[in-house]
Design a protein around this ligand. Structure first.
Ligand SMILES: C[S@@+](CC[C@H](N)C(=O)[O-])C[C@H]1O[C@@H](n2cnc3c(N)ncnc32)[C@H](O)[C@@H]1O
Length: 255
């Protein structure tokens, strides 16, 4: 099973950098605050960040008291930025796909992943691998593109009126799971769609207890300031999950 490494594509990398430099991006306004609201007490904890990108979250985990952080990413270009802009003796950046977690022998107290698991085809294997790399009572906390977003086979997401206001979301093909080729920054970016129930059942079948799920939406003030955020009235962009490794259940170490 091969993994697409789109962040090492120069055109995509440049476009993504531009997107992320926007202080009013959905990452900054919606996703990050929700992700960190799910963080347990990180003081003295070991953390693994899957798909760490520029390493911004890795630094934040240290600021919140984490003892050490491993940031893992398939993209050498993203890690080059991480090593330049977000380095610390307590952060180890590893250039590896999260599909090869079995090559990591350490276990962790918390595994985070921000907006990266929708790039993974085999979610069952990923969740089992994460379970195996967590200490008992440890947390898997991740955000992903919302299943209502990943569902579509085309890029025809919205119906708008003549004033360009969002009227409704064009949900299609929700029940067909699997690969989606999207036009996001460049053509042919591969993501994977899974239904909400698949995600929940995979986590619980593996032995995780789901403590909280979030589908965050910006407040009215943000919607007034940036009208594009009014789309959240109809559909959330992100799904976030906080799951705990159930101490009384063992999936068995398969490393
Ligand atoms: C949307 S970015 C998010 C970066 C970072 N987590 C953040 O929130 O700022 C997704 C990241 O996932 C990484 N990624 C995609 N597929 C991956 C894989 N198979 N293994 C590890 N990282 C992967 C990409 O290279 C990219 O850095």
């Amino acid at each position: 099973m091969s993994n697409q490494n789109i962040y090492d594509n120069q055109e995509f990398f440049d476009g993504y950098k531009k997107l992320r430099s926007n202080p009013a991006s959905a990452n900054v306004i919606v996703e990050k605050p929700a992700l960190f609201s799910l963080a347990p007490d990180l003081r003295g904890k070991s953390v693994l960040d899957l798909g760490c990108g520029y390493g911004e979250n890795c630094v934040r985990f240290l600021e919140l008291g984490a003892r050490k952080v491993m940031g893992l990413d398939i993209s050498a270009k993203m890690l080059e930025v991480a090593r330049k802009e977000n380095s610390s003796p307590n952060i180890q950046y590893v250039n590896k796909s999260m599909t090869d977690l079995n090559e990591i022998t350490e276990t962790f107290d918390v595994v985070f992943s921000s907006l990266a698991v929708h790039y993974i085809e085999d979610f069952d294997k990923l969740v089992k691998d994460v379970y195996d790399h967590l200490n008992l009572g440890g947390y898997f906390i991740f955000s992903q593109e919302h299943p209502l977003t990943t569902a579509l086979l085309t890029d025809n997401y919205w119906t708008r009126n003549t004033d360009n206001e969002y009227i409704h979301y064009n949900l299609t093909t929700y029940s067909i799971e699997g690969e989606r080729k999207t036009n996001w920054i460049v053509n042919g970016v591969i993501k994977y769609h899974r239904t909400f129930s698949s995600i929940v059942n995979t986590l619980s079948d593996t032995g995780f207890i789901i403590e909280k799920m979030l589908e965050p939406s910006p407040g009215n003030d943000i919607m007034e300031q940036y009208p594009a955020y009014k789309r959240y009235i109809h559909k959330p962009d992100f799904l976030l999950v906080k799951a705990r490794k159930n101490a009384s259940h063992s999936a068995g170490y398969r490393g």
